[in-house]
Design a protein around this ligand. Sequence first.
Ligand code: ADP
Ligand code: ASP
Ligand code: MG
Length: 442
Amino acid sequence: MLVLKFGGTSVGSIENMVNVKNIINNGQQKVVVLSAMSGTTNALVKVADYIKNNNPEDALIVIDVLRNTYNTTVKNLITTPEIYKTVFVYVNNTFNSLEVLVNRLYDDLLYNQIVSQGELLSTFIFSHYLQQENINAVLLPALDFMRIDKTNEPDNYYIQQNLNRVINESPKAEIYITQGFICRDVKGNVANLQRGGSDYTATIIGAVLKAKEVQIWTDIDGFHNNDPRFVENTTAISNLSFDESAELAYFGAKILHPQTVMPVRELDIPVRLKNTMLPEAHGTLITNQVHGEGIKAIAAKDGITAIKIKSARMLLAHGFLKKVFEVFERYETSIDMITTSEIAVSLTIDDTTHLEAIVEELDRFSVVEVDNYMSIVCLVGNAIIFHPDTPNLFQILQDVSVRMISYGGSNNNISLLINTSDKKETLKKLQRYVFESHSVLV
Ligand code: ADP
Ligand code: ASP
Ligand code: MG
């Protein structure tokens, strides 16, 4: 069994949906995981935001624009009258229901219900398109088998039992289509795997079905050595290890949801990144094998808060770090970067839900400074801390102000903390210092 996931752009236009059809229609048995059509989830988040801010009028305008876009797409894609009627009714019922929701009281459940509609729409439309093209495909509702537990982790046992049950109860097919992103929570309410979560759906399914490979089909020819949204002339990397890709995804490489490789890494199921618009390109193969040495890729994560905790009493004292960590532990807030000096410790967090309470507690035994709007720039590659080219990256110290450096925490990662306003310049300059002055063996 193979698992193929197609992202928003891949199902976002008729031309691309035709590409997807051609890619999946090759006689191999597979589960096809689809995201919402591009722009849809953002629009649905906007609808939810308007409802939250007591602005149902603007929520209705967004819904109306979306309805018109979908009606045009469906009209052009589905030309068989019977199938067109079915899809038209489904799509318009969805938008009618959304219109009713705009007057409801906002809560997380309402948000989850609204944002789940994107994947429900794309899979319904695409599976009917396949039916029109006489391709035998069965739609498996993700809400019948995909579930998270009370810690918001996938409930693998439940998913395995129920996915197999749903497959066994369905007519035999070569292609099973399902929704990415959406799931149920422990109480059975509609929930999701967070933004970008369709990648995660694909590897969770890949793991429970012991798939031969998970393929993530997107709008770029693989994992690039820097963020192509900010840097020109980035290049695709042919091979990455699970560790390298996990680190890059966690530190902001948008091409993969941060958790993507977690479910498959232990099972050693390869993940292949491919371009729907350029299927012949090699893409990136992620396995447990490590290829080459030196810096392979750079990524950046925004929304970081730095906290400096100073105490004169820390000098020569033991137990200070324990006290600091206990505060973060109590508020279940994880720390990304940390540096220490004799009288201070600086660390970063990305979840600021409990920041105020944390600072209040730290204040009782230290002087605390908080800096917002920071970014972590992360450089990843096998054994980079030993590589002779690595020092090139430190030329960046002449260009931007670096607040923290984490070097040596692992052999494969160096992280810099900078102001988010310096991110673009930092990424561009690092591209020059690190990749354009030499070539890395990959
Ligand atoms: P999908 O909708 O298919 O899930 P995403 O937008 O989530 O696609 O991810 C693909 C995008 O990620 C690319 O178009 C690119 O702009 C962005 N991206 C950021 N960092 C990287 C990187 N290191 N390599 C490739 N793409 C990246
Ligand atoms: N549609 C969801 C989002 O935009 C999930 C995904 O695309 O992976 O976040
Ligand atoms: Mg994505």
